[in-house]
Write a protein that binds this ligand. Structure first.
Ligand code: HEC
Ligand code: HEC
Length: 698
């Protein structure tokens, strides 16, 4: 636990509860009357329903935040008061919701999946002015960020034995939020062992005729200090510390920092030989808090209760927003003190985004987490007899389509939802003769293993592998990422489509709505009647007990019944023919196996209660639904909200309304440029500034 210093722990507690001025007043005037009118008759002192009492609230978020959050969820999602009761006035509901958001401040919706708890209208409803700056924070490296750290140490190939110390939560969607992860005891132990392994590799050497020789893959300057007979000089030690700083942190250490590490060497020297003390010193640099955490405290000068991130902090924040490692040029600029203004930050963001040689894996990662199509690889399916199912290839095709759309950088959101083109079983390989990269089929059928099976292109509705890629797919079949086989498979079960979770995706990630979690104890199953269409079987959720939640999902997911659970387009649905099966018997009456028939397919659905009256209404098929959504201002803004969460590593709050609106405007005014959107986010006040904690007089 040595790594987690007092400051780190103190930070986690920051910005949680807040008592906004006038909150008590609002409680008496707005909240208490609301509860009294609509809730207390069932949630009073005597036998409170669901064991929740609402008659004794005082409105203090520090002690009642759980109840306040529960109230908000219930009324926002329209679950309480129960349907038979008088509906509260919508404006009154909104006032209560807003109040609970204010009261619970940073705690509200800290998980990525709770981001939509802030009503869309409050963020985009009217032009926002600058809000309060977010609290100082630190952000633990992601697993990929740790990998990048190892890469920067430059000796990746000799780091056998180094173990990944970090994980992210397994839930779908955006995962890497600052504030969700700390360094716990087990990861601390791994980090300590890793530091030993890394330094062993850096200093690997042999003694030949009493002379030290660095082994292959070691860092020459560091291995040279391993002579047990000759203790290094102070200046050699300082150079070693500086080199380790450069490798691990991408910057030089200050005189004071270097002196501290040399001090550590000297203390160790009293109990161990010189090589041992050097190793400890080098390990300590690797274990620095700022190597494992991105510091975003805001150490610049305070102006109006806010401070900009210090140049070094900003360099790391911007590097890791786009890539998994520190970008040398921006780190250098920070060291020269050139990263002190928004304009300077913007010019570096522009440079990094425009530089094709600079890898920016976080861009694709955003789309992978937003759409979640890569989950296709985790849905197990029996091997189909008539075609091959290779989810990894389907995912690779979608990755490529996303990158293709992002590279064109025009009308990106609409293209993602409605492009009629797709990569189809595509991979790139070097042509040995020309030396150029060329497209070729990704999965090639093997005549022995794939007898009678069609290739991956058949999933896309093509007979032959298209040479021109991205290929235009058969008309009126599929559009955009949500009709890519990868996405459809990711949102399917082992044997069926999953309209509920598909609809949930649309509700949450395009409409910005919420769905209460599936309650424990509900049998979330459709009847196993193979003779009925899935749509027909899903009518179980029309029961009022279920429909209160399922009306938010099912109608948005059912249009995707236009595809089977492998992602193949279909015009009918194959179901069991009970009569024909009953008759399909041999002379002795023994069954000869099931007989199927093609049932009529219904791809209708509806958008309801979306918050945008223009959107609401029936849809005939998934293409019509996605075209409508691609035209929607609200859906676009919800997309912007998700980009905000990913690139800022937290949920938006009311104070971020300005940053969100600016980013949306930058996107629209640039003709739908994702680059413009990202640049706006990464140079917003919400990204650049931090509040000055009370009592801090730096
Ligand atoms: C007619 C009676 C009735 C009224 C009025 C009523 N509730 Fe409930 N409430 C219930 C019952 C019954 C339960 C427990 C079963 C359930 O969750 O459906 C419950 C459960 C709850 C829960 C716990 C839910 C959970 O999943 O743990 C909350 C929170 C709640 N109500 C809030 C409210 C609020 C806020 C109001 C007023 C806007 C309200 N209720 C009005 C009957 C009522
Ligand atoms: C409080 C809200 C709520 C209620 C009430 C509710 N559900 Fe659900 N249900 C959900 C959510 C949310 C999901 C999606 C779960 C997920 O994303 O994994 C779901 C998923 C399902 C699924 C799909 C499971 C899958 O594998 O994707 C079925 C089937 C289902 N529910 C049936 C029912 C039935 C039947 C009832 C009534 C008896 C019911 N649910 C009541 C919220 C609810």
């Amino acid at each position: 636990m040595r790594l987690i210093t007092g400051t780190v722990l103190a930070l986690f507690g920051m910005g949680l509860g807040s008592t906004a001025a006038g909150a008590e007043d609002d409680f008496t005037k707005v909240i208490r009357p609301f509860l009294a009118a609509h809730c207390v008759k069932c949630h009073g002192e005597q036998k409170p329903a669901g064991k929740v009492r609402l008659d004794n609230l005082t409105g203090d978020a520090r002690t009642e935040s759980d109840r306040l959050l529960a109230i908000r969820e219930q009324i926002r999602d329209g679950l309480m008061p129960p349907v038979k009761e008088t509906r509260p006035d919508p404006a009154h509901i909104q006032a209560v919701v807003n109040w609970t958001i204010k009261q619970t401040g940073g705690r509200a919706g800290r998980l990525p999946s709770q981001g939509n708890l802030i009503p869309h209208e409050l963020l985009f409803g009217k032009p926002a002015s600058a809000g309060a700056a977010p609290a100082p924070r630190i952000w633990r490296l992601s697993p990929d960020g740790y990998q990048g750290f190892l890469g920067d140490l430059g000796r990746g190939k000799n780091l056998a034995g180094v173990v990944q110390p970090f994980t992210l939560m397994p839930e779908r969607g955006i995962k890497d939020f600052a504030g969700l992860y700390t360094i716990d005891e087990p990861s601390t132990e791994i980090l300590l062992r890793n530091a030993e392994t890394i330094v062993e590799a850096q200093t690997a050497h042999e003694l030949k005729d009493g002379k030290v020789q660095g082994k292959n893959g070691s860092v020459r300057e560091l291995a040279a200090l391993m002579d047990p007979a000759a203790a290094p000089s102070k200046s050699q030690l300082a150079a070693a510390v500086q080199l380790q700083f450069k490798l691990a942190l991408g910057r030089t250490g200050s005189d004071e920092e270097v002196a501290r590490f040399i001090g550590l060497y000297e203390r160790c020297r009293k109990v161990s030989n010189s090589p041992g003390a050097v190793k400890t010193m080098l390990q300590a640099v690797l274990l620095r808090t700022d190597a494992m955490f991105r510091s975003e405290l805001g150490s610049g000068a305070a102006v109006n209760g806010r401070r900009m991130l210090a140049p070094e902090e900003l360099a790391v924040a911007l590097s890791l927003a786009l890539a998994d490692r520190r970008e040398p040029q921006i780190v250098l600029a920070a060291q020269k003190g050139e990263l002190r203004t928004r304009e300077q930050a913007a010019s570096h963001v522009g440079r990094m985004l425009d530089d094709p040689r600079l890898e920016k894996p976080r861009i694709l990662k955003f789309f992978r987490e937003y759409f979640d199509y890569a989950n296709a690889a985790n849905v197990f399916k029996d091997r189909p007899k008539t075609f091959v199912h290779e989810p990894r290839q389907l995912i690779a095709d979608t990755d490529r389509l996303v990158l293709h759309i992002v590279a064109a950088d025009k009308d990106v959101f609409r293209q993602l939802l409605t492009t009629p083109t797709s990569f189809v079983n595509y991979s790139l390989a070097k042509n040995k003769q020309t030396g150029k990269d060329e497209g070729k089929p990704g999965v090639v059928l093997n005549p022995n293993n794939n007898k009678g099976q069609k290739g991956v292109e058949s999933i896309y509705g093509l007979e032959e592998w298209p040479r021109e890629q991205p290929a235009v797919l058969p008309e009126n079949t599929r559009l955009g990422i949500l009709m890519q086989p990868s996405w459809l498979v990711a949102y399917s079960t082992n044997f069926d489509n999953d309209p509920v979770r598909r609809g949930r995706w649309v509700r949450e990630r395009l409409l910005g709505g919420t769905v209460p979690d599936l309650p424990i104890g509900v049998a979330a199953q459709v009847p196993d009647d193979a003779h009925r269409t899935f749509r027909d079987r899903l009518t179980v959720t029309r029961d009022a007990r279920c429909w209160k939640c399922h009306q938010r999902m099912d109608e948005l997911g059912l249009p995707f019944e236009n595809f089977d659970h492998f992602g193949r387009f279909r015009a009918t649905e194959t179901v069991l023919d009970l009569d024909a099966t009953a008759k399909h018997v041999d002379k002795k009456g023994k069954s000869l196996g099931p007989v199927t028939r093609e049932a009529e397919l219904n791809t209708a659905g509806a958008i309801a209660d979306s918050g945008d009256p223009k959107l609401d209404g029936p849809v005939a098929d998934p293409r019509g639904m996605l075209r409508k959504l691609a035209d929607s201002e609200r859906a676009r803004q919800v997309f912007v909200r998700h980009a905000f969460r990913f690139f800022l590593g937290r949920n938006e709050t009311l104070a971020d309304a300005r940053a969100l609106q600016d980013a949306d405007r930058a996107y629209v005014e640039s003709g739908g440029s994702f680059k413009a959107l990202v640049t706006a986010l990464l140079t917003s006040d919400s990204f650049l500034n931090r509040s000055v904690p009370a009592g801090d007089s730096r």
